[in-house]
Structures are given as structure tokens and as C-alpha cells.
Design a protein around this ligand. Structure first.
Ligand code: SAH
Ligand code: SF4
Length: 391
């Protein structure tokens, strides 16, 4: 059964609205905030590390919990700041346990975050922008007009909010345990594959990844964070140097002529330049491979000749291949390849030595699958306008 719930949240009072949240901030920003309320210079280092632990290790949502922080400081903090996460407009749980949250940011813009649980791991798919300035022809997000970059704390806030909702803080109990992984940690991996082109919001995404990877905090190792890009070639080596997470490339075509059409940024940085940047990505080995994503579009890029060309193209790069069945959206100009064709295509890829290359679609019933992340917000807005329950 698919469940949709509007989360009851009281509208912020004027006082609460004036209190900026500390949840999602980096160490430097926390340092500045504490200094701004008069914490003495000599105490700042200790106070930052106390707050860091409460916010990112234990997931505290109230200053009252911070028992090792002096009471008067706790009161001052509570008067000036909050620990609020982004506001949840709706939460949907798919039959397969996938969860999708529609979030409203402080300026009223919406983004979506998706959690995909599996037996032994849980992957959180987060957004880096509201909408996307690029317009890949198979992607619904790209048709959204309004675009802005998310701040680092809005990006980190998505991880914190997901941890709240699935009870992934030490000692917390999940409200709804449907389909959650069996291990102690429910979110083991983070992928920047939600809305937006993360390399067009480089600094904020880099800062957010550093906060997420901090070993004294959220502790999601860089080996378990994957950034997916449509191919912003000049930023790839910089990302390798400054962030060094795992990398996924939205390839989707093996010839420039077709890729120009599907992923128009290819006209600026064609396949050869993109693959050169991949080859030079730091630290690549058989244990650290680049993932190449390939959406299966019926009669467009799914021939056996394409499959052979794909494995040839990637031959000298430590690579994984991820075939993504096309997820349809209203008015999309493509259809998903027939399952039989996907299997034949996968067989060629498999024979070339790539294991289990097909990504099974998750959360399609709640429009949470790759590339579907615009439609549900629109549905939501429509139902809100009509004053009814969300679709
Ligand atoms: N902008 C980045 C990350 C977000 S998209 C990028 O393009 O890589 C995440 C993945 O979903 C990309 O590989 C994207 O090409 C793919 N995708 C987009 N729309 C899709 C759709 N309708 N069906 C299947 N995959 C889609
Ligand atoms: Fe943007 Fe990625 Fe969608 Fe292309 S596939 S429009 S880069 S979100």
C-alpha cells in the first residue's frame, strides 16, 4: 500500500521564524554564530565541538538536550537559534519501502529527497538545486523553470531530516519500520542524484559533503558518497581534488550526435573530453570505479550495436555500468526500452565483465524514481490549491 501523509507542523511563529537554524552548518559557521552571541574566544573551540557532537552524532533537535553545555548558554542559544530541519510538506512510502519527502525551504521553494532501503544498505538520494538549468530531454527536473542553488545547510538538512524520519540516530526507534535495512545504520550511502546539476553548485555541495563525511559527526565516508554529473568537464578534476567522493557520469549515449540531443551540455563538452576527465579522476582503481549511467530509451540508444560500442568506449576506465530503465513522466517524448531488449543489452555488458548492470526501478508508484522528481511536487501543489488531500 502506498501511504501519503501530510506532516502536521505548526506554522512558525514570528519569534521562531527569526531564529536561524544551526542544523546543517559547518564548523566555521558554528564558530561565527557562537562568537556572535558572546561566547568567549577561549571557549569557542570546545563549544563548537560540543555542539557538533549534539547536532551531528546524536541528532539533537533541542538545546535542552545538551546537558554538558552550561544552562545559561543553552538558554541564549534557544533564544537566538533553532535546530530546525527543512519543513516537510509530505512524506510518501512506496510499496517497496522507498520513501520520498517533499520539502519546503525557507523561501517557499520545494525540493525532494528520496530514501531507498535494501536488505543490507540504505541509500539517500539528495537534491543539490531547486530544478536544473540544463535540459536533458528525458528528464522531468530539467523542465522546471525556477532554479536556485541549495545552500550547504539545506543539502545537509536533507540527511538530518531523513535520519529523523527513519530513526537513524543512536538510540532512536523508527516510526515506520517498513523495508528498513537490518544493520545498525539505516543510511549507509548518499547519492547526489536528486534534483539539479551538483557541479553547478560546486562550493555548497563540496562543503555539504565535507560536513556529511566528518568522522566526528555524521560520519558518512566519502567512499559512500556519490556525485552524479551530466558532464561539467572542467569541474571534474576540481571535484576530485577538493571533494574526492565517488563519481557517476550520466552518459546515456555513445555517439556525440545522439548525446548532443539527449544531454545537450555534450555540445560544449563532448564524449571524448568527458572520458579524458574521467580517466584522470584521482584514485581510480578496481575498488574505486566510476559509475556510468545509461538510461534505456526504446529505439533511441538501446541497440546491441550501442551496447558493444559502450563497453568498447569504457574499456580502459575502471568503470561500473548502470543501466537505468527510463522512468516515464507525463508528456515525456520517450518510452522505456522493452524488458527483453534491456536484458539483451545487459547481456553484452555482462559478458564484457560488468556485474549486475541493471538498476531496478524503485518507488515508481510514488514518482520517486530517477528523473521523475518534478511531477509529484506539481501534483502536490495542485491538490494544495484545491485544498484536498495530496495525490
Ligand atoms: N544532474 C545530475 C544528477 C541528477 S539526475 C545528472 O544528470 O547526473 C540522476 C540520474 O537520473 C542521471 O543519470 C539522470 O540522467 C537520470 N535520469 C534523469 N531522468 C531520468 C528518467 N526519466 N528515467 C531514468 N533516469 C533518469
Ligand atoms: Fe539536470 Fe541531471 Fe536532469 Fe540533465 S538529467 S536535466 S543535468 S537533473
Amino acid at each position: 500500500m502506498t501511504t501519503t501523509a501530510l506532516i502536521d507542523q505548526a506554522p512558525p511563529t514570528d519569534q521562531a521564524a527569526a531564529r536561524a537554524s544551526l542544523a546543517g552548518l559547518g564548523r566555521e559557521a558554528l564558530w561565527e554564530r557562537l562568537a556572535s552571541i558572546g561566547v568567549p574566544e577561549r571557549q569557542l573551540r570546545m563549544r563548537v565541538s560540543q555542539l557538533w557532537g549534539w547536532i551531528y552524532v546524536r541528532g539533537a533537535n533541542s538545546f535542552d538536550l545538551m546537558t554538558d553545555v552550561a544552562k545559561d548558554l543553552r538558554q541564549t542559544l534557544a533564544a537566538r537559534f533553532s535546530l530546525d530541519r527543512p519543513e516537510i510538506v509530505s512524506e510518501q512510502v512506496s510499496v517497496d519501502g522507498t520513501r520520498k519527502w517533499l520539502l519546503r525551504l525557507a523561501d517557499g521553494k520545494d525540493v525532494e529527497t528520496v530514501y531507498i532501503p535494501e536488505e543490507d544498505r540504505g541509500t539517500l538520494c539528495i537534491s543539490s538545486q531547486v530544478g536544473c538549468t540544463l535540459n536533458c530531454t528525458f528528464c522531468h527536473t530539467g523542465t522546471q523553470r525556477l532554479v536556485r542553488n541549495l545552500t550547504a545547510s539545506e543539502i545537509v538538512g536533507q540527511i538530518m531530516l531523513a535520519r529523523d524520519r527513519i530513526g537513524d540516530w543512536p538510540g532512536a526507534v523508527p516510526e515506520d519500520p517498513t523495508g528498513l535495512p537490518s544493520g545498525a545504520r539505516k543510511i549507509t550511502n548518499v547519492v547526489l542524484m536528486g534534483m539539479g546539476e551538483p557541479l553547478y553548485n560546486f562550493d555548497n555541495v563540496r562543503d555539504a559533503c565535507a560536513i556529511a563525511a566528518d568522522g566526528a559527526g555524521l560520519s558518512i565516508s566519502k567512499r559512500r558518497i556519490t556525485l552524479s554529473t551530466s558532464g561539467i568537464v572542467p569541474e571534474i578534476p576540481r571535484w576530485g581534488d577538493e571533494a574526492g567522493t565517488m563519481l557517476a557520469i550520466s552518459l546515456h549515449a555513445v555517439r556525440d550526435e545522439l548525446r548532443d540531443e539527449l544531454v545537450p551540455i555534450n555540445k560544449k563538452w563532448p564524449i571524448r573530453e568527458l572520458l579524458d576527465a574521467c580517466r584522470a579522476y584521482p584514485g581510480l582503481s578496481n575498488a574505486k570505479r566510476i559509475t556510468f549511467e545509461y538510461v534505456m530509451l526504446k529505439g533511441v540508444n538501446d541497440s546491441i550495436a550501442d551496447a558493444k560500442a559502450l563497453v568498447k568506449l569504457l574499456a580502459k576506465i575502471p568503470a561500473k555500468i548502470n543501466l537505468i530503465p527510463f522512468n516515464p513522466w507525463p508528456g515525456a517524448p520517450y518510452e522505456c526500452s522493452d524488458w527483453e531488449q534491456i536484458e539483451k543489452f545487459a547481456e553484452v555488458v555482462n559478458r564484457a565483465g560488468y556485474a549486475s548492470p541493471v538498476r531496478s526501478p524503485r518507488g515508481r508508484d510514488i514518482m520517486a524514481a530517477c528523473g521523475q522528481l518534478k511531477s509529484a511536487s506539481l501534483k502536490q501543489r495542485t491538490s494544495e490549491r484545491l485544498g484536498g488531500a495530496p495525490a
